[in-house]
Ligand binder design. Sequence first.
Ligand SMILES: [Zn+2]
Ligand SMILES: [Zn+2]
Length: 229
Amino acid sequence: MRATLGALARHLLPGSCLLCGADSENTLLCQACSADLPHQATAVCPQCSIETSLGERCGTCLKSPPAFTRTIAAFRYDFPVDRLIQALKYSHQLPLANWFGGCLSEQIAADEHDLLLPLPLHPSRLRDRGFNQSVEIARAIHRRLGVPMNTDCLTRIRATPPQAALPLKERAKNVRGAFECTVNLSGKRILLIDDVMTTGSTLRECARILELHGAAQITLAVVARAQRH
Ligand SMILES: [Zn+2]
Ligand SMILES: [Zn+2]
């Protein structure tokens, strides 16, 4: 299945499952493949969604609490969700953004959030890719839940090397000062949206800026959360 996913993505037949090719009644994945996806464990840190033995707060959040109070994650960042996210980002499989947004929407209470903010890309990265996957996912959530969304007030002012290329310790330093917010968020309950949360350094830094601009509550919503193995 690993080798063929890319090929399937390129030759996707309408009405067939992206992963196995079976008839999926016009949804991206058939019921069997959907049920097999690596869903989040129930015992996770309530703040950053990393797996903990009894669902207690993790050491990292205890030692240096992030500005966000909760992370909603639809999946673990494991096969085949990792391939699906890569297909969205690098093979422009935009229907996946809508599908991911649907999965996340099921876990989001619309009346608990005032504003959806997708994690911005730096303009140079946006030019290269042609779209921001987080904006597309946020749009799908906005369409379903009706929570207002803003794609202008939060910007990435510094192009940073991709986090994946850096050792863990360097990641926090790498994103320091990378974001700017141009509006007063006083009293607003923010839902910050991204595709993948790996170490969380980028989302931590972004949430710190939102808090500085007055956000009353910050919740993260990510399609997939990487777990330590
Ligand atoms: Zn399938
Ligand atoms: Zn945590």
